[in-house]
Design a binder for this molecule. Structure first.
Ligand SMILES: Cc1cc2nc3c(=O)[nH]c(=O)nc-3n(C[C@H](O)[C@H](O)[C@H](O)COP(=O)(O)O)c2cc1C
Ligand code: SF4
Length: 476
């Protein structure tokens, strides 16, 4: 197929923040919405700001702006710490990282393991993608490894745009060497010659820290390693979707592309490409140093190892906690210490492409399948508690308005469907007369959208209606 690339100026019209943004940016994200009464003036400013800013990764201190400088609580709550221990002391230097055992796994992988055996360890660990999809990482690497084409790429996805999510941000700021070490092991195992590290523009400190880390390592590592190129986003949520991200890196409009073929077969420049999330890759040094079996012993069911979860600012103790999979949701909520205002009326886990969780479901254990069973999903491990000040219909309005704003418009159900839902929900509830149309749009989004944004938009509407229908639907 002949493809005409658009000039950069035209591609830039896709993005929300390719041109100038206000000097002080106020976040319009969902975590800021549910905590709007903590700092009313911030939320007012966010609502007035154009273009909107979604989301600054400061959900532990929301509503937030670019000059919010507080830091989250960071605690390890698992039997063994895979990632959290690197985050406890704030920003690490290369020397600090090495003193914690950093780069030993890379050295071991380069000198003592074959590429296939590295992948075998990752398969044994049953590590699954932390970027939302939960695909087994070892299996993904093997798909790329098995390709005939020898030109290959690795992409680190640091676009973390989900509201309430800030784990990747603090991994990149506090311990950028950890995902870099994981990425270098991954690139070596799959035979990639180049690594692209894509970071959202809303995380300027992450960009600076990853760039510094790449520079400082150059003189330290004596091995011939793939080049790492850091690329900064321009404000788009859908660009986090892997095929959109690949388009972005090629200078095209970052619209998702139909799969298959999957990126492991035809990705960047049509070559085999592995896209992995920042947190996923940060698990790799532990797996290589300790063996996949030891990692597998943490966690439960089909969710192995540990997961960093981030709690929003309505909690009394908002922050990043490392838990083993299998911890009941009620334990996570109690770790957060209850709410600063009101009582927990529900949780949004993995928002916005996920469902809502009611307090009656808090016995559910943290796990990919377990959350799916209650109509939710793990997402990035972003947990947003809301209280009675945020009625479910209004929360749904905020989610749908965000997804309509961020829809790339490539496919009709999502382009028109999210706009229509936004209009209906703008009043914060659904009239009984509108219900049939809402169901119709939601089912169409789920069954015929091209990417997870449209599918997730349909799912979230269905989840809210199945759990809060009586309060969302008004007689008129
Ligand atoms: C709308 C949308 C946005 C996404 N945003 C991100 C993101 O910011 N970071 C991320 O790692 N994955 C994101 N994903 C998932 C990626 O497409 C992909 O599954 C992931 O980067 C693969 O890495 P993993 O296997 O390590 O999870 C997004 C998916 C969708 C549908
Ligand atoms: S589902 Fe929405 S965001 Fe995804 S490709 Fe279609 S229009 Fe774009």
């Amino acid at each position: 197929m002949v493809r005409i690339n658009l000039p950069k100026k035209e591609v830039n019209t896709f993005y929300n923040a390719a041109d100038t943004m206000p000097e002080e940016e106020y976040c319009s994200g969902l975590a800021c919405y549910v905590s709007r009464n903590l700092k009313k003036e911030f939320w007012k400013k966010a609502m007035a700001q154009r273009p909107r800013t979604y989301c600054l990764g400061k959900c532990y201190s929301s509503p937030s702006s670019s000059s919010t400088h507080e830091k989250p609580i960071i605690e390890v709550r698992s039997r063994k710490s895979v990632i959290g221990r690197y985050l406890l002391k704030g920003e690490l230097t290369l020397k600090d990282y090495i003193s914690l055992g950093g780069f030993k796994a890379l050295e071991y992988a380069l000198t003592s393991l074959s590429k296939r055996n590295i992948i075998k360890e990752v398969e044994k660990s049953y590590l699954r993608g932390r970027g939302g999809g939960g695909f087994p990482t070892g299996k993904k690497w093997l798909l790329a490894y098995n390709q005939k084409e020898t030109e290959r790429y690795l992409i680190v996805n640091g676009d973390e745009g989900d509201p309430g999510a800030y784990v990747d941000r603090f991994i990149m700021e506090y311990s950028p060497f950890l995902p870099i070490e994981g990425a270098l092991i991954a690139a070596h195992a799959i035979g990639a010659q180049k690594v692209y590290f894509y970071i959202r523009r809303e995380y300027p400190r992450s960009v600076a820290r990853v760039r510094e880390a790449v520079k400082s390592m150059a003189s330290f590592l004596k091995y011939k390693l793939p080049k790492i190129v850091v690329v900064v986003g321009k404000g788009s949520y859908v660009v986090g979707e892997e095929t959109a991200l690949i388009n972005a890196l090629m200078g095209r409009r970052p619209e998702p592309v139909f799969k298959p073929p999957y990126p492991t077969e035809r990705g960047l420049y049509g070559k085999p490409t592995v896209v992995n999330n920042v947190e996923t890759l940060s698990n790799i040094p532990y797996i290589i140093s300790n063996g996949g079996k030891e990692y597998y012993e943490l966690g439960f069911s089909k969710s192995r190892g540990t997961k960093l979860v981030s709690l929003n600012s309505l909690f009394k103790r908002p922050g990043i906690y490392e838990f083993e999979f299998g911890v009941p949701l009620k334990e996570i909520v109690s770790t957060g210490g209850g709410l600063k205002r009101g009582k927990v009326a529900g949780l949004l886990i993995g928002a916005p492409l996920s469902g809502v969780v009611r307090p009656e479901e808090f016995d559910t254990r943290l796990g990919y399948e377990e959350l799916e069973e209650i109509g939710s999903s793990l997402g990035h491990g972003n947990i947003i508690a809301f209280n009675e000040e945020s009625p479910p219909g209004e929360i749904l309005r905020e989610i749908v308005s965000f997804l309509s704003y961020e829809s790339c418009g490539k496919c009709t159900p999502c382009r028109l469907g999210t706009k229509k839902l936004e209009g209906i929900l703008s009043k914060g509830y659904i009239l009984r007369d509108e219900l049939e149309e809402v169901y119709d749009i939601a089912h169409t989004l789920v069954s015929s959208s091209l990417c997870g944004l449209g599918i997730g938009a349909g799912r979230v509407v269905l989840s809210f209606l199945s759990k809060y229908r009586r309060v969302i639907v008004h007689e008129g």
